[in-house]
Write a protein that binds this ligand. Structure first.
Ligand code: CTP
Ligand code: MG
Length: 232
């Protein structure tokens, strides 16, 4: 096993406001986490999927395996941490200890449940050169920097992009990035930002607007509609 997709599902989903963690909320009849895991598992390069779950939710590991019946190996889920970064760190440390042959990982937000196998393949291909890549999308709106309630600057949006997942890294590079972030007390909102701090060149591929992240309450209706449209 050399290439593993880490699926981050340990968040509480506070902004979504549902009673259960966001990754376990059902859309189109299946948990958000299942949609993400299934899409990644369908990518030919993905050897295994490693779910990262909230503390106390590991009991379901066997039932997940039975219910999902994935096209690839489903590793036993592990516990996440308090922050997204800590959840990634837990997964990376687990892989280094128990799956020493792994050299490439995808890090994916379970909440991006419209990810495709093709996304996973394209980002892996882009990461081959330097060991790191992510999908990005351009910003169409004008971007203002606002400080203390006033515009301090209008940014050049041609140079600005929104980061998506799955992001792909050589496992060793991601470990180094996480170690350095821990030493420097840095919290990043994605993994690529931590790898950038190492001076490693991070490659980009075109992301897809359809691969958005379920975040706020209204997003559940939008996700249901998108699944319904994709079936037509
Ligand atoms: N995540 C995680 N561990 C955490 C926090 C987040 O594995 N401690 C995962 C989430 O499950 C999600 C992804 O990281 O799939 C992106 O995070 P986000 O959209 O912020 O999800 P939540 O943290 O669950 O939502 P919120 O911030 O609204 O509480
Ligand atoms: Mg969060």
């Amino acid at each position: 096993m050399e290439r593993v997709a880490i699926v981050l599902a340990a968040g509480r989903g506070e902004r979504l406001g549902s009673s259960e963690p966001k990754a376990f909320v059902e859309v189109a009849g299946h948990p958000v986490l299942e949609h993400s895991a299934r899409a990644l598992a369908a990518a030919p390069s993905v050897d295994a999927v490693l779910p990262v779950l909230p503390a106390g939710m590991l009991d379901g590991a066997e039932s997940l395996r039975a219910a999902w019946d994935l096209d690839t190996v489903l590793l036993d889920p592990i516990n996440g941490g308090k922050t997204r970064q800590q959840s990634v760190y837990n997964a990376v440390r687990w892989l280094l200890e128990y799956q020493p042959a792994v050299c490439w990982v995808w890090v994916h937000d379970a909440a991006r449940c419209f990810v495709s196998a093709e996304d996973a393949e394209r980002v892996l291909a882009a990461a081959a050169k330097t060991g790191a890549a992510l999908p990005v999308i351009p910003i169409h709106e004008t971007v203002k920097r606002v400080v203390s309630g006033h515009v301090s600057q209008t940014e050049d949006r041609r140079e600005l992009f929104l980061a998506q997942t799955p992001q792909v890294f050589r496992l060793e590079i991601l470990r180094e990035a996480l170690d350095k972030a821990a030493r420097d007390h840095v919290q990043g909102t994605d993994c690529a930002s931590l790898v950038e701090r190492l001076g490693v060149e991070v490659n980009v591929v075109d992301g897809r607007r359809e691969n958005w992240k379920l975040t706020e309450a209204g997003d559940l209706d939008r996700a249901e509609r998108q699944f319904a449209e994709s079936r037509q």
